[in-house]
Ligand binder design. Sequence first.
Ligand code: SF4
Length: 379
Amino acid sequence: MANSFEIGPIRPPSEAYSLLIRATINCPWNRCKFCPTYKGEKFRLRSVDEIKQDIKTAKIIQDKIKKISWEYGYGGRVKEIAGMLLNNPVNESFYNVALWLYAGGENAFLQDANTLIMRTNELAEVIRFLKETLPSINRITSYARSKTAAKKKPQELIELRDAGLSRLHIGLESGYDPVLQYMDKGVTAADHIIGGRRVVESGISLCEYVVLGLGGKEMWRQHATETARVLNEIDPDFIRVRTLAVNNKMPLYSEVENGNFIRATDEEILEEEKLLIEHLECHSNYVSDHITNLLQEIEGKLPQDKGKMLTCIDRFQALSSEERANFRIGRRVGIYSRLDDIYDLHKHQVVEQVTHKLSQGRNEVDEETIHALTGRFIG
Ligand code: SF4
């Protein structure tokens, strides 16, 4: 009897405890210069039967965990058993089901990069089957591309919502066409607006991802203002920001190496984020849930929290240059998680020691080293 099912490489941070069902394999576009995730891997659709088989396997694993719960005297309650299995899982599928059950068994995420590319009736069938087979699930989300969303008829998105699709996560990255073109995103700002609006109007919740720093040193201003303009037009439920980090698994790496793309510094990116927030006039929740962001506490509900969010940036910018440098190092080596941590004497001293070591006694870490440290945070 099968005891494992397909699991893809990524899911959004907000889906960390979701059951992962791989509806398609890899990315049908796969050309974005800043994205390492599926490079070298071929995209393929999966048949509805194949996906259903994986859902059935997830149910078998769930039932096994329930059975163990009865055997161990927990009366069918799964949380305790799931917690134990997390320490010693049989395989990745058991781990995922145990984690999902541990968190309440309510959320599922359909992988990989663009599930909307499936035929609408087939995707709706998969979603319905998932809910019928695992009835504790009440929230199903997935990744999608704007271009694909823009190609769906409004009625098709409504059909998916009615089947049970709760939220789509779309990589907007930028609202500025020259940045989108340079990064080979394969969509325009206009596509983003059409696709995003179509999702919002269907009643499916929408989360748009923005990459801070994607305009580099040259296009940061337009990247900020045009991204704000596009987001204002879409008015998604969530805006999630992450900061550009470059590693050698992505095509952008050679562009950086040969000098075609000049990365902005952390401080310049913060200025860009300030401009972005100043120009946002939508009603979204602004979320900064990514380790690459210098100030993860910049979060809030727009428009009412805009002042509070900008104050976070002002506080950082008001620090002395030595303290700003100390904070940047502390963030990039994982010692600080928020700005107030700089006032923790012990942490501050550890960061001073790290700085001393990284700079070989000069007590000033160069930008290249900071970029390299940030690059370690991504796969
Ligand atoms: S960013 Fe998204 S669309 Fe672009 S290559 Fe990566 S997974 Fe595919």
